[in-house]
Design a protein around this ligand. Structure first.
Ligand SMILES: [Zn+2]
Length: 457
C-alpha cells in the first residue's frame, strides 16, 4: 500500500493529482488541516505511480468526491420460480444470472449477490455444488467483481434457514461467507440486527454459529421508513432512528448505507407489475445524486456509499435483463472515468473505510433526503399529493391531481409500527394522536405510494 501524507496550511484546499500507469489522472480534494491520502482508496486497476500536490491557487479542474457504488441483488423465499423443486424453473433463471455476472465482470462493475436458502439449495441440487468447483456460486464468488452473501428475513415461520444457516449452506457450496454481510431492518421487528451482535445459531444447523461484520439494507417493517443514507458507522441501538444513526465507537457491527438506493433501483413494482424506472431514468438519477454530492462541502470523513438493487424475481420478466444492466453500467462509465463513481463491493467499502480511519470515533452518515433527482416520473412526487396543514393540531387534508383518488392511508410511528389505516378518505383527524412526528403513507388508485412526514403539535 502506498500512502501520501499531506500537511497543508490552515484551511487550504489540497488537491492531489494521481497519475495512473496509462497516463490518465485522478483528482482528490480535501479541505481540512491535515489529511492522509492512502492510495488504496482507488480501485485496484489504478496503479498509482506518482502524485502532485497543489496548495492554494491550484490550477486543477474541479475535484470530485467519489460515491462508492455497487449493484446488489436479492432472491426471496417467496419467489414464484421454484428453483429447488423444478429443474425447468432453475434453468429459467440460471442463464440470466450467469449473463448478469458475465456483464458485470466484463464491464468491471461490482456486485453483491444476496441469496436465500431456496436458491442456494437449488445450486447444491442441480449443480452438485458440494463437490463441483464450477457451480455458479463458487464461480461467481471467485471473481474479484462479485461477492456472494446471504439474504433473509429471519422468520422461522416461513423459512427454517436464518443467516447462520445461509452461511453454512454457502460454505457447503464452497463459498465461505467470509465477509459476513447482514441485511436487516434497522428498527424493531423480527428482522432486527441486534440479535446478531453476538454469534447466533442457525434455525436448522443448531450447532453452527455465525456473526456478521457488516449491516446493510436497513429497511423498516413494511418499508415505510427505510433508511436512505450514505456512509458508514456503528449504530447505537434500534430504539429510534436517531439512535440508529448515532455512532457507537464500541459497537461490533458496522453499518454501510445504501445512499439514495430507493431512487435508483432497477426493479418491477410487484403491485403494478411495471418497471419502477427505465434504464435511462436509473442512469439519470444516479448521476444527479452524484452531481449533488459534488456540491456539498467536503470533510475528512466523507464516505458516500450507494447501491442499486435488482431482484431475481424480475429477471425473467424483463426481456434482455442482463443487457439492461450493461446499459446502466455503460451509462455510468464517464462518471467512473472522472472518479465520481468508484465501483466497490460492500466488503471493499468496509476495507477502504477502515484502511483510512483507524480512530474508532470516526464515522460518516448523510441523509439522502434533500438530494435533488433528475428524471423520476413514475413515483408520485412531493407536489403530486399535498398534505395540509403540516404541522397540524388536528385535521389534515389531502389535495390530489385531477383523475387521481386515494386508495388507502396508513400512519406509522417512527419505529415503523402501523397505528392507523383507512381506505378512501380526503381528510382525517389526528386529535387522538400524541404530539410528535409520524409517517403517513398514501397509496393512490394506480398503486403508487407516497410517504411523508407529518407533525402533530
Ligand atoms: Zn427479502
Amino acid at each position: 500500500m502506498l500512502s501520501a501524507y499531506v500537511k497543508p496550511f490552515d484551511n487550504s484546499v489540497v488537491k492531489a493529482l494521481f497519475i495512473r500507469q496509462d497516463g490518465s489522472s485522478f483528482l482528490k480534494k480535501n479541505t481540512i488541516n491535515s489529511i492522509i491520502m492512502k492510495c488504496n482508496d482507488m480501485v485496484d486497476s489504478f496503479k498509482v505511480i506518482s502524485f502532485v500536490v497543489g496548495l492554494f491557487f491550484s490550477v486543477f479542474v474541479e475535484a470530485q468526491t467519489p460515491v462508492y457504488f455497487n449493484i446488489v441483488s436479492h432472491n426471496e423465499i417467496t419467489d414464484a420460480l421454484k428453483y429447488e423443486s423444478s429443474s425447468v424453473d432453475y434453468n429459467t433463471i440460471r442463464p440470466i444470472v450467469k449473463e448478469v455476472c458475465d456483464t458485470i465482470i466484463a464491464k468491471h462493475a461490482k456486485y453483491n449477490m444476496q441469496l436465500d436458502a431456496n436458491f442456494i439449495k437449488a445450486v447444491l441440487k442441480w449443480e452438485n455444488a458440494a463437490t463441483n468447483p464450477n457451480d455458479i456460486l463458487e464461480w461467481a464468488n471467485n471473481s474479484p467483481y462479485i461477492d456472494i452473501d446471504g439474504h433473509n428475513h429471519f422468520d422461522k415461520r416461513v423459512n427454517p434457514y436464518n443467516y447462520s444457516d445461509l452461511a453454512k449452506l454457502l460454505d457447503s457450496c464452497g463459498v465461505t461467507m467470509t465477509r459476513k454481510v447482514l441485511g436487516s431492518n434497522w428498527a424493531k421487528s423480527t428482522e432486527i440486527w441486534t440479535q446478531y451482535q453476538t454469534p447466533k445459531a442457525g434455525f436448522t444447523f443448531k450447532n453452527f454459529y455465525w456473526q456478521p461484520e457488516i449491516i446493510w439494507g436497513m429497511a423498516s417493517p413494511g418499508h415505510v421508513n427505510d433508511l436512505n443514507v450514505f456512509g458508514i458507522w456503528k449504530p447505537t441501538s434500534s430504539n429510534s432512528l436517531e439512535l440508529f444513526l448515532q455512532h457507537n465507537p464500541d459497537g461490533v457491527l458496522t453499518a454501510i448505507g445504501g445512499g439514495c438506493n430507493g431512487d435508483i433501483s432497477y426493479t418491477i413494482n410487484f403491485r403494478t407489475g411495471q418497471l419502477v424506472r427505465t434504464t435511462d431514468e436509473v442512469i439519470a438519477n444516479i448521476k444527479s445524486i452524484v452531481d449533488y454530492i459534488q456540491t456539498l462541502p467536503s470533510g475528512p470523513n466523507d464516505f458516500y456509499t450507494m447501491n442499486m438493487l435488482i431482484n431475481f424475481r424480475d429477471m425473467p420478466k424483463i426481456p434482455h435483463f442482463a443487457d439492461s444492466i450493461g446499459v446502466i453500467i455503460d451509462g455510468l462509465q464517464d462518471y467512473v472515468d472522472q472518479g465520481k463513481i468508484i465501483w466497490a463491493t460492500l466488503a471493499e467499502k468496509y476495507d477502504l473505510w477502515y484502511a483510512q480511519h483507524t480512530d474508532p470515533e470516526d464515522y460518516f452518515n448523510y441523509d439522502c433526503e434533500g438530494v435533488t433527482l433528475g428524471v423520476d416520473e413514475t413515483i408520485p412526487n412531493e407536489e403530486s399529493i399535498a398534505i395540509y396543514p403540516n404541522p397540524t393540531t388536528d385535521e389534515i387534508h389531502f389535495s390530489l391531481p385531477q383523475n387521481t383518488t386515494i386508495r388507502g392511508v396508513e400512519i406509522f410511528n417512527l419505529l415503523g409500527e402501523k397505528i392507523y389505516s383507512q381506505n378512501h378518505l380526503h381528510s382525517l383527524s389526528l386529535s387522538g394522536f400524541e404530539n410528535g412526528i409520524y409517517l403517513i403513507k398514501i397509496e393512490n388508485d394506480k398503486g403508487s405510494n407516497l410517504i411523508k412526514k407529518i407533525i402533530k403539535e
